[in-house]
Design a protein around this ligand. Structure first.
Ligand SMILES: *Cc1c(COP(=O)(O)O)cnc(C)c1O
Length: 360
């Protein structure tokens, strides 16, 4: 068996140690006599797994006690609706910063429930930057300010937490949660699908300040009510137990590796060397404002775009998989989340140099 380097944007690579552990425990977890997959979500064994997972996440992100941590279904896409349904309360508008394809989808969904005020948009420049903070127009009457910390498709990432003008700050952290330190107290709500940086697809983490929840818009389905999930320990209905457990294994791995600070240092090194390789050659290019280049998703193009298919195919043949860009924007993209080893980035850089020698 040869494991490849998988540059997929999500579902994405998992740490090998996590997969091995899951393999070892596939028939029996602890002394339970059964697989985690077979356990009742309400039984003591799974209860211990769920508790440990939340405790580890709280520790890794230093989540204060006044925040609830929820494990939900429906992906970040469900959050595009749940956020306005739960956080609008008595307000009729919400502010959104538009920095790419994922913020666009969040805006489109929120528009079904409220008046969306686009505080700033980077559309005119083709979503290659974050609009300057002094150009944002924040509606003081809005219920919250939403932004996408890392635009997974466009490759644009906020490098700090923006000021929200007093509004609760809501953030889609699907593709960079746990990749760098974050001050949770600055936020009203953070959400993130697991399949980029936390585990397999099928679970979504919501971290929400408790005083913001408990009043939904009329007609909100029960399974879309944060309060109901919070009151039931995220077990309002049957949760995706096995995915929850795998997220727990990823968090244990993260702690062993040195936590978010260690990931941050490693991610900076990985991204810097990949961008340096792209910038050093006129054969490759990255269109993003260097101040907002993503450390997680690195889109790049070849000067001769007709070679891009060949690039992706030859890379895949050498064990560097899934380098095609998102179907909506084309080009190439390397997703280099926490679980991508530095050696994987080194291998990609070596391949790029070799490909340029042969085709440049
Ligand atoms: C992947 C992704 C989503 C969508 O996640 P789903 O689980 O497919 O709903 C939303 N936002 C960002 C930033 C993403 O990377």
């Amino acid at each position: 068996m040869t494991r490849i380097y998988n540059f997929s944007a999500g579902p994405s690579m998992l740490p090998e140690a996590v997969l091995r552990r899951a393999g070892e425990e596939i028939l029996e977890w602890g002394e339970s006599g059964m697989s985690v997959m077979e356990m009742s979500h309400r039984g003591r064994h799974f209860g211990a797994i769920a508790e440990k997972t939340e405790a580890d996440l709280r520790e890794l992100l230093a989540i204060p006690p006044e925040y609830k941590v929820l494990f939900l279904q429906g992906g970040a896409t469900a959050q595009f609706a749940m956020v306005p349904m739960n956080l609008l309360r008595d307000r009729t508008s919400a502010c959104y910063v538009d920095t790419g394809i994922w913020s666009g989808k969040a805006i489109e969904e929120a528009s079904r429930y409220c008046q969306v005020v686009v505080a700033a948009t980077a559309r005119a420049g083709g979503f290659t930057t974050v609009p300057a903070r002094d150009e944002w127009r924040i509606d003081p009457e809005a219920a919250y300010l939403h932004y996408t910390a890392n635009e997974t498709i466009n490759g644009v990432e906020f490098q700090d937490v923006p000021e929200s003008g007093g509004l609760p700050l809501v953030c889609d952290m699907s593709s960079n949660i746990l990749s760098r330190p974050v001050d949770v107290e600055r936020f009203g709500l953070i959400y993130a699908g697991a399949q980029k940086n936390m585990g397999p697809a099928g679970i979504t983490v919501v971290i929400v300040r408790e005083d913001l929840i408990g009043k939904t818009i009329p007609g909100t389905p029960t399974v879309f009510d944060y309060r109901k999930h919070a009151d039931n320990g995220s077990m309002l209905n049957t949760p995706p137990t096995y995915i929850w457990y795998l997220v727990g294994l990823v968090l244990e791995w993260l702690k062993r590796e040195g936590g978010v600070a260690a990931m941050n240092a490693r991610n900076i090194r990985k991204a810097e060397k990949l961008y340096a390789a792209i910038d050093a050659s006129s054969f490759y290019s990255n269109p993003i404002d260097p101040a907002f280049r993503s450390r997680m998703n690195v889109p790049f193009r070849l000067a001769d775009a007709s070679l891009e298919k060949t690039f992706a195919a030859e890379a895949a043949a050498q064990g560097l998989e899934a380098l095609e860009g998102h179907r909506s924007i084309g080009g190439l993209r390397a997703s280099i989340y926490n679980a991508m080893p530095e050696a994987g980035v080194d291998a990609l850089i070596a391949f790029m140099a070799d490909f340029e020698r042969r085709y440049g």
